[in-house]
Write a new protein. Structure first.
Length: 173
């Protein structure tokens, strides 16, 4: 199996065994190993491989072929270990990942993905804290359905806290 598929579908040990210096910054059909790792459905593998790649020098600011960023991929996953997602998000942002990057295909910013995560506002509060500490969230970006992240949150009854926080963030910036 090629290393990009190992990042997405295999264990940490399998990826490390196949990894060669330079792989962390290589282009794999327009994407990176970090993008692939963040889509790994095995939570332990996802977080371990992502940390390994970041330690090796992977650039969290690089975009995928449709302009999507690493936070689009991470927030778009169905399963999360929230404490590890929060820590990884912090590390990705500290490394240069941006929250205002627009995915060309779906015309979303990572916040659109965060709004639709299948967890409660209470569960997501620590992640909100990390994300909302940043100014450039892409709050005015409309997705393919014409909705901003705030519009999308307003349409979901379980996002009242996020709506309040986004409205407050919008007036503070």
């Amino acid at each position: 199996m090629q290393i990009d598929m190992l990042a997405k579908r295999s264990s940490y040990d399998e990826l490390v065994a196949a990894f060669r210096p330079g792989d962390e910054s290589a282009d794999f059909h327009g994407t990176t190993l970090l993008h692939q790792a963040l889509g790994n459905g095995d939570l332990d593998a996802r977080y371990a491989i992502a940390a390994f790649l970041l330690d090796a020098g992977a650039d969290p600011a690089r975009l995928g072929p449709d302009g999507y960023g690493v936070l689009h991929v991470l927030f778009g996953q169905n399963k999360h270990d929230l404490p590890r997602t929060v820590e990884l998000t912090r590390r990705l942002l500290d490394g240069g990942a941006r929250l205002d990057v627009v995915d060309d295909r779906r015309h979303t910013v990572p916040l659109h993905e965060l709004v639709t995560m299948k967890l409660t506002d209470a569960d997501l509060a620590p992640l909100y804290d990390v994300v909302l500490a940043h100014r450039d969230l892409g709050l005015d970006v409309r997705n393919a359905a014409g909705l901003t992240p705030l519009d999308l949150a307003r349409n979901l009854p379980y996002r009242a806290d996020l709506v309040r926080r986004l409205e407050s963030h919008d007036t503070a910036t």
